[in-house]
Design a protein around this ligand. Sequence first.
Ligand SMILES: [Zn+2]
Length: 191
Amino acid sequence: MSIEASVGKDLIEQLIDGTIDAENATRLLKMDRKDKDRFINYIAVLQERVSWEDQILMRLGDKVYIVINADKQRVAKCECGHEFCDYRKNWKLACKIRTRRTLEEMQQVYDPTPAVPEPGWQEIREFFCPNCASQLAVEVVAPGYPIVFEMLPDLDKFYREYLGRPLEDESSEWYQDQTHSVTQQWAAKAS
Ligand SMILES: [Zn+2]
């Protein structure tokens, strides 16, 4: 019997929901290699769960996706339908951000007390969707540290070389960090 059996959609749904049982989880872990279609099946399950039609290319977080929108642009999009920006820019810059700087502010979300970051040396940044107000990311960094761009995937390489399914809008222009253009605009407005 081939151990490279494909993983059924129901199991992928259980993985996404975190309801998979120990026996099946162990079985998946022991598979020699992942079946080639698992990512595609995973995306198909996600696609069924969102309320919009844009094609999902990758999931960046629980509620954040890179999609191809109606204008054929690759953008970062919230589960609620809100578009943040071109995926080549850090979508967190398009969020509402709450920063916790004081001990009192940090203690509201940290327990026990010894685990609380040290004010002055660290701050907690919470990122919220401006439309649905979901908290989408949290980072603990030194004050003044640039907002962390967690992931800029080379989508064309991934789809062509790893999945063997090149994207229709392949271009060398896609894989480049454009976050600086956002901060440049902010600086120009401020001066
Ligand atoms: Zn949202």
